[in-house]
Write a protein that binds this ligand. Structure first.
Ligand code: ZN
Length: 311
């Protein structure tokens, strides 16, 4: 795999499908994930090990994760809401899990039925599980701080709360921290300010940022995150996505548009746009009637467009 400047983590199969009413057939999920990997996406969040009674879309999480782990040259991530989910993910062989920790008390209670501090305790239990395994079987844990830029339930989320959770997650020994605008409230000035503050607090453990395009600021927020030193960005093919507990939050940053923007800026993503658009066709065929977004898919690349090259 060629060197990349910015890692794009495709979250469509998890965040995208989580908020899609239609169940995507398991074989279609596999074909889509394989096509995403073939397009060069270095990391894919493929499912959530949530209780299937809560979200039916992930009833096939074990099968989807097991299949995804057979794909070459791609890091496979699974979201887990708690220790039980982590145990299921690890049993399948997943080596990187993401645990959401809401910065908003109201969202935390609604999303995982725990207070923020109780969810931090859950992180500690997952870290203990990791540490109990032989070194060569240990998995990576990302603490994903959700609703970090505001919350549909609580409204404003104080930056001090985000900083406290980030510091605590590192103290507990999560491998990395991701900061998420779960409901699409963030603006670029806020992103630069908050992520710079998180970086000052936890340094290089701040790895990733996650934005929704709910109010059209997704790409601008990605640029602001890069300016604040973030090197991994989440996005979702065709801008699928949202959170069932955050009403009105739909549409992650659109992967195709993000790849185009970064490559145009001279930042290598490792992603082949033509193959990415092939993967989008698989998605569109598998989810008739769903909402698909994206400018690049409509307009195509400009005449003479070339991918970013090593400086
Ligand atoms: Zn999200």
């Amino acid at each position: 795999m060629s060197a990349i400047d910015i890692q794009i983590s495709e979250v469509g199969p998890r965040d995208g499908l989580q908020n899609t009413r239609i169940f995507m057939p398991t074989d279609a999920k596999k074909a889509w994930i394989a096509a995403l990997a073939a397009a060069g996406l270095p990391e894919i969040e493929v499912c959530s090990f949530v209780n299937p009674k809560m979200i039916a879309q992930f009833a096939d999480a074990v099968e989807v994760a097991a299949y995804s782990l057979t794909l070459p040259d791609v890091s496979i991530v699974a979201l887990v809401p708690n220790l039980k989910g982590a145990e299921r993910a690890v049993e399948v062989g997943v080596r990187r899990i993401s645990l959401p920790i809401s910065a908003s008390e109201a969202h935390s209670r609604s999303n995982v039925r725990k207070s923020v501090d109780e969810q931090l305790d859950e992180l500690a239990r997952i870290v203990a599980l990791r540490n109990s395994l032989p070194t060569d079987r240990r998995f990576q844990i990302t603490a994903g701080i959700s609703t970090a830029f505001g919350c549909t339930l609580q409204g404003e989320v104080p930056e001090a709360d985000v900083l406290r959770i980030a510091a605590r997650a590192v103290e507990i020994d999560a491998d990395s921290v991701s900061v998420a605008d779960t409901v699409g409230y963030a603006n670029p000035a806020q992103v630069r300010r908050l992520l710079s503050a998180v970086r000052a607090e936890i340094g290089g453990r701040l790895e990733a940022a996650h934005f929704h395009n709910t109010r059209g600021l997704g790409l601008a927020n990605c640029v602001a995150a890069i300016e604040a030193g973030v090197r991994s960005l989440d996005s979702s093919m065709a801008g699928l996505g949202g959170c069932p507990y955050a009403p009105g939050a739909s549409g992650n940053v659109i992967t195709e548009d993000l790849v185009f923007m970064l490559e145009s800026m001279g930042l290598r993503t490792g992603v082949d746009i033509a193959k990415l658009l092939d993967a989008r066709k698989i998605l569109e065929a598998a989810l008739p009637g769903a909402d698909f977004y994206g400018h690049l898919a409509k307009a195509g690349v400009p005449k003479g467009f070339a991918r970013a090259e090593a400086a």
